[in-house]
Design a protein around this ligand. Structure first.
Ligand code: GDP
Ligand code: MN
Length: 367
């Protein structure tokens, strides 16, 4: 679970990592009030997508009026489909240098790893490999001071800065461990005249450990439709394209999405309605897809536990009750295939045997 910046910074503060003074606000008016209180400010959209700064989600203001203007502008922006609900208004800190510091899990090493660089800031992805120090941490030993000093040496930090970093690193490590984080990133870790300050916070908590953190709010990145699908116990992910895809099983669904793209189409979603779904559940899955307003519907069924007659019945039922106006490409093979075909043929609906043909047909139907 990703945490909003302000929540990440609350955690930093708990672990005595310095953060700028700030106010969390929900309206343009409140942004103005916060600026009146704090003076020169930074106004930051609280969204979970990275690269906010480059997308216009971070602004500076010297007066309350300016703060209100910038807040209004940011509230109107969309970040990868998400609106800003809250803004963090912070005192503008004086940054002399931007460092990068993170703890994350190295999956292949099976251990936490420190990532640290003197080249922090918005283009951290472009930092040369040798300028980004990687230090795996054996969690039986933890992050000891001598390790922190060695990390500093490899980064090439000055003696004064080293003293501060060596104090800060174990705090971040402690938080990372105690909070069951998968990522605790400070970018930029700002060097100011008052010392190091975490100007940004990106913290992700391991979903499987959330039960150990009942005090953390539960944050979802799901869209309204994805939440509805979750209630219906359907594995559904919204995508950008116009071909709605329904298939039975995660593997066949992903293969279908790949093939749609292979033939130049764009899938509108991932939907695995599971093996052994009954007519009711299959109908719900279909209705969900039709509600998204796709151009074409592609159904790809390779029935094992899933019965073709059940899928056919659900299709005919939804067609009768809600109407299915859009073109459909239907592939139906496997258990009870002939029964399924019979049900569909009565309604004048033909099906494909081959997935390849069905997918190509679907892409052609988009024109
Ligand atoms: P991100 O783009 O989502 O990572 O947003 P950040 O919170 O990291 O802000 C982007 C950039 O804005 C930082 O890299 C800084 O250069 C700048 N910035 C953010 N806060 C401050 C601040 O308080 N003072 C100054 N001078 N610059 C800031
Ligand atoms: Mn950042």
């Amino acid at each position: 679970m990703k945490l909003y910046e302000h929540l990440g910074k609350d955690l930093f503060a708990q672990y005595e990592i310095p953060v700028p003074r700030g106010r969390l606000v929900e309206t343009v008016e409140q942004a103005g009030e916060a600026a009146a209180e704090l003076g020169e400010v930074v106004i930051k959209s609280q969204v979970l997508t990275g690269k906010r700064g480059k997308a216009g989600g971070v602004a500076f203001a010297s007066t309350p009026d300016e703060a209100k203007k910038e807040a209004a502008r940011i509230f109107d922006l969309c970040f990868e489909g998400f609106k800003t609900e809250k803004l963090l208004v912070e005192e503008k800190i004086q940054i002399e240098q931007e460092l990068y510091l993170a703890l994350t899990i190295d999956g292949s090493a099976g251990s936490p790893v420190v990532l640290a660089s003197l080249d922090g800031g918005m283009d951290v992805e472009e930092v040369a490999e040798e300028r980004m120090i990687r230090w795996p941490v054996d969690n039986r030993i933890g992050l000891q001071a001598y390790m922190a000093r060695e990390i500093c040496r490899r980064m090439g930090v000055s003696a004064g800065l080293q003293k501060e970093l060596v104090r800060l690193l174990p705090k971040l490590y402690k938080m990372f461990r105690e909070m069951d984080a998968e990522l605790a990133e400070i970018n930029p870790l700002a060097l100011t005249p008052e010392g190091l300050v975490a100007a940004d916070a990106k913290v992700t908590i391991d979903d499987d450990a959330l039960y150990r953190h009942p005090d953390l709010p539960r944050i979802t990145e799901k869209t309204a439709l994805e939440l509805k699908a979750e209630e219906l116990d359907l594995a559904y992910v919204e995508l950008e394209g116009d071909i709605a895809v329904m298939a039975n099983g995660a593997g066949i669904t992903m293969a279908t999405l790949d093939m749609v793209q292979h033939y130049g189409g764009e899938p509108a979603n991932f939907l695995d309605f599971g093996g052994g779904a009954n007519v009711e559940k299959t109908s719900q899955a279909l209705e969900l897809l039709l509600g998204t307003g796709p151009k074409v519907l592609l159904i790809n069924i390779f029935g094992g536990i899933t019965r073709c007659d059940v899928v056919a019945e659900a299709f005919v039922r939804v067609k009768a009750s809600k109407g299915i106006e859009l073109p459909v490409s239907f592939r139906l093979v496997g258990t009870n295939e002939s029964e399924g075909r019979e049900i569909l043929e009565k309604e004048g609906i033909s099906t494909f045997n081959s997935m390849d043909e069905a997918v190509r047909h679907a892409v052609e139907l988009t024109g």
